[in-house]
Every structure is written in structure tokens, then in C-alpha cells.
Design a protein around this ligand. Structure first.
Ligand SMILES: [Zn+2]
Length: 167
């Protein structure tokens, strides 16, 4: 029996942000769309956060979002997530093997907004409906922080979802 560990950051789905702006490459005012990709650049003791926008012809524009001072020993937040955790990306669904007697642990490493346990799992597990998930929560095959919980339970940061299959 093996436990596969994942990490998941829950963020509100955002409407793609657009900005009307001169594109230097196109040589005209055009509509830039936020790709939602974020980039961090260190410059001396400052860390700059950029949002990557693209014009319809795929030219990039980096919109400066934040500047924050780094600590002398700056810790990249990404390094705080243990490396054995496989990150589940925003729109990604993981598939859980039903033949292996494995268990799966999903660690919530960030939450922005309200997320129900059952809906979150339905959004991120391939082929599992919300109804099936609700049944697994009630039967104890899905535990939250090693405890029985309810499908409508709201998730918070550092929550650990334990899923056992093939039982
Ligand atoms: Zn352009």
C-alpha cells in the first residue's frame, strides 16, 4: 500500500482580464488578454511579480503587478511545498487507479475563496461524479484531516484529503 501525495491550490476562476494598449510589435492599439501566467523576477533585493498578457498576434506584454522586498534569506513559497507532492494544476484532473490498493492524499496548500470538498474533488478527479464522491465521503473512503466529514465541508489551507480506493 502506497500513498500518492498531491498538492492543490484553490483559486477562484477569473474572467480573462483584457487591456487595450499599444502593441509595439503590431504597431497599433490592440487588445491584450491576461494569460493568467505569473512570473517572478528578482532584481537586487526586490522581487517583481508580472502578469503575462498577449495581443491577438501572440506578442507578450509583462504587466508589473507587485514589488515586494525580499528577506535577506528569501524563501521561495514554492519550495515550502514538499517536493514529493505532485502539484495539481488549476484545470487539471488526476486519475486514481482503481486496481491498485493505493491511497491518495491531496494537500491543500492555498485557498482563495469558498470551496466545497465534494465539488473540489469532482473538479479534480477524472471520472468521479459529485454523487459518487458524496457517497465516499459518507462511507469514510474520503477523510478530511483523518476525520469523517460532510460533502459540503469548506476547505481551508493545510487541509489534508485522504482518499482510499478499492475497498
Ligand atoms: Zn502584437
Amino acid at each position: 500500500m502506497q500513498t500518492k501525495q498531491y498538492s492543490l491550490i484553490l483559486m477562484k476562476k477569473q474572467e480573462a482580464d483584457t487591456v487595450k494598449k499599444q502593441c509595439k510589435m503590431c504597431g497599433k492599439v490592440t487588445l491584450f488578454t491576461d494569460t493568467t501566467i505569473r512570473r517572478h523576477n528578482a532584481n537586487g533585493k526586490n522581487i517583481y511579480q508580472f502578469a503575462i498578457y498577449k495581443c491577438p498576434k501572440n506578442h507578450s506584454w509583462n504587466k508589473k503587478l507587485d514589488i515586494y522586498k525580499s528577506f535577506t534569506n528569501h524563501v521561495d513559497p514554492m519550495t515550502l511545498v514538499p517536493s514529493e507532492f505532485m502539484p495539481i494544476e488549476g484545470g487539471e484532473k488526476i486519475s486514481l487507479s482503481v486496481s491498485a490498493n493505493d491511497s491518495y492524499e491531496i494537500n491543500i496548500t492555498g485557498v482563495e475563496g469558498n470551496f466545497r470538498l465534494d465539488r473540489t474533488l469532482a473538479d479534480h478527479i477524472e471520472g468521479w461524479s459529485r454523487t459518487e464522491i458524496a457517497q465516499k465521503i459518507k462511507s469514510g473512503h474520503i477523510l478530511l484531516n483523518n476525520c469523517l466529514t460532510k460533502p459540503s465541508q469548506k476547505l481551508s489551507v493545510h487541509d489534508k484529503i485522504l482518499i482510499t480506493v478499492n475497498k
